[in-house]
Design a protein around this ligand. Structure first.
Ligand SMILES: [Ca+2]
Length: 553
């Protein structure tokens, strides 16, 4: 007996139990399967055996057929999911030790998406505004969102119906969406648009049914049950592109590795996890509505033995988007909160981000702010540039969190670093032993302070060996404005460097140190925390640790 997964009216609870506990007698480990929507290797069909020459057609067939130890190759193409992929779709057994691997061959782009193009013929004129503009409608799911809201490059306006039957084109500024942005205008399972030229919208609009009947709205939704019976699930995604969803990938159970994947176009977060068992390596995150990665791990509870610490490594987080609809909770880069612990964020690039709090938060304000939002979180060897918002990095309710050997440049913020109460002004939600060392702060526009920490917000702050070459030269510590030159009197930056760094090519974002840079050998010895630089070169090189993400060689 096997769980039927192709039925859209599947009852999640029943399917979940089946998937977790029904032994899949035909699932011999270690096989390789192929899914090939464009029939590159041979005619695709889900009734095929899934070989290279007789491949499957759909992503759902692939996800539901492979078991522990198996590998599924996604050939180049666009794989459209008509509903969320759930834990219950996957083949598991409670003692699962080998991962299920889903990957695309090098050089092939396989896009797994729940975007659905709307055919030009689906648009019908349904009404006219009072000013005489045509209103067009197309069928949509409940709570769907429209992305790519342009008519071959020309912005469209959402249209909405007021009381009774009066139609309006939505008024600026929220109504006109740019390319790749999201907007909603839904009523009676239809989406309504008003075009600028009076013509029908054509075939350029794609739609994501994020809240369809029975769906979570996430592209991939690895939910867990009360007993977390699927905690041994192991999945590896490699070189795949995940697109759209309310959240793109939601992980509540199991151990998931994302390697060299692209995640883009989420309404909410691209990756939202509270399992704390995730590896992100070499991935590209962009066009997200809320956070690229949102980690919440209530209670920092026990994890299955052998669980590696969560790591977010060598990835790019950039170019987030405004969601032109109610319900967006805030835009940030990577947010680590809710009592999460021992997460390493290293060798990443954060750029072109507009943040509500920060490009990176070490801690946060879960449910209004709790004591101990983040424990022993380490951000090292990262590059932050072109960040707009109140802060680049926020410490909030953090315990023993470290910001070491990073570069922050070209950003326009209130403060580069903020050390804040998770729930202001509750002292129980203050930060304990925040460590800020070996960082470069250069060429930012700082409205208020390089670093800001209100009275009582930081206990036993260590701030030293940073290079601070900023015009806005004030730190706001314990509510007192301290010029940079006076920091050593207060026990900070006694080994600080206040002259500009020398980079190989700052304009072209090559931030390796040039010969003679004052960052060379001026850092604190942090070999217990930062064994390598952003290139993987062992630290230290030469006489001592360097300041910044790269060691001079
Ligand atoms: Ca050195």
């Amino acid at each position: 007996m096997k769980a039927s997964v192709a039925v859209s009216t599947v009852v999640p609870a029943i399917c979940f139990v089946l998937a977790c506990f029904m032994a899949e007698t035909h699932a011999a480990p270690g096989r390789t399967f192929y899914v090939d929507v464009n029939s590159l290797g041979g005619p695709c069909d889900d009734s095929n055996p899934g070989t290279a020459e007789r491949p499957w057609q759909t992503a759902l067939k692939a996800f539901s057929s492979a078991g522990p130890g198996d590998t599924v190759i996604f050939r180049c193409g666009i794989y459209r999911l008509s509903r969320s992929l759930h834990t219950s779709d996957l083949k598991l057994d409670p003692s699962q030790s080998a991962p299920i691997v889903f990957k695309a061959p090098a050089g092939e782009q396989a896009v797994i998406t729940n975007l659905r193009p709307i055919a030009a013929t689906d648009w019908k004129q349904v009404a006219t505004t009072k000013s005489g503009k045509a209103i067009f409608a197309a069928p949509a799911g409940r709570g769907a969102r429209v992305t790519n809201l342009t008519q071959h490059g020309v912005p469209l306006k959402r249209a909405f119906c007021g009381n009774k039957r009066s139609w309006y084109e939505d008024t600026p500024p929220d109504a006109i969406a740019g390319p790749g942005e999201w907007a909603s205008s839904l009523r009676e399972h239809r989406v309504y648009l008003c075009t600028t030229n009076g013509e029908p919208p054509g075939d350029s609009i794609e739609l994501c049914d994020v809240r369809g009947p029975g769906a979570s709205g996430n592209l991939i939704s690895l939910e867990r049950d009360k007993e977390d019976r699927c905690r041994n699930l192991r999945l590896v995604f490699e070189n795949l592109t995940f697109e759209t969803g309310f959240h793109g990938v939601l992980i509540r159970t199991g151990f998931v590795e994302l390697r060299r994947c692209v995640l883009r176009k989420s309404f909410g977060d691209l990756l939202n996890t509270l399992s704390g068992r995730v590896v992100v390596d070499g991935c590209d995150f962009y066009a997200f509505g809320e956070s690229a990665i949102d980690v919440t791990t209530p209670g920092d509870g026990p994890k299955p033995p052998g669980t590696p610490p969560m790591v977010i490594r060598n990835s790019r987080f950039h170019d987030n988007v405004n969601v032109r609809a109610p319900g967006q909770k805030g835009t940030n880069g990577v947010m680590l909160k809710g009592g999460c612990a021992d997460i390493v964020v290293e060798g990443n690039q954060f750029y072109n981000l507009r943040a509500t709090y920060g490009a990176l938060t070490l801690g946060g304000s879960t449910s209004g702010g709790t004591p101990g939002e983040g424990f022993r979180l380490t951000a090292r060897n990262n590059i932050f540039r072109d960040i707009a918002g109140p802060y680049v990095v926020l410490f909030a309710g953090s315990h023993d969190c470290r910001l070491v050997n990073n570069l922050i440049c070209n950003s326009d913020v209130t403060a580069l670093i903020s050390i804040s109460f998770a729930k202001s002004p509750d002292p129980a939600t203050a930060n304990l032993r925040p460590l800020v060392q070996n960082n470069i702060f250069y060429r930012n526009t700082v409205k208020r302070a390089v670093m800001s920490a209100p009275r009582g917000a930081a206990t036993d702050l260590v701030m030293d060996h940073n290079l601070i070459a900023e015009r806005g030269n004030i730190c706001l510590l314990d509510d007192v404005e301290v010029p940079l030159k006076d920091l050593p009197q207060r026990g900070y930056q006694t080994h600080g460097v206040n002259q500009p760094p020398l980079f190989r090519d700052f304009a072209r974002h090559d931030f390796h140190p040039a010969k003679g840079s004052p960052t060379t050998d001026r850092g604190a010895d942090l070999r217990a925390l930062v064994s390598h630089d952003a290139d993987g070169t062992p630290r230290p090189q030469g006489q001592a640790f360097d300041i910044g993400p790269f060691e001079q060689r």
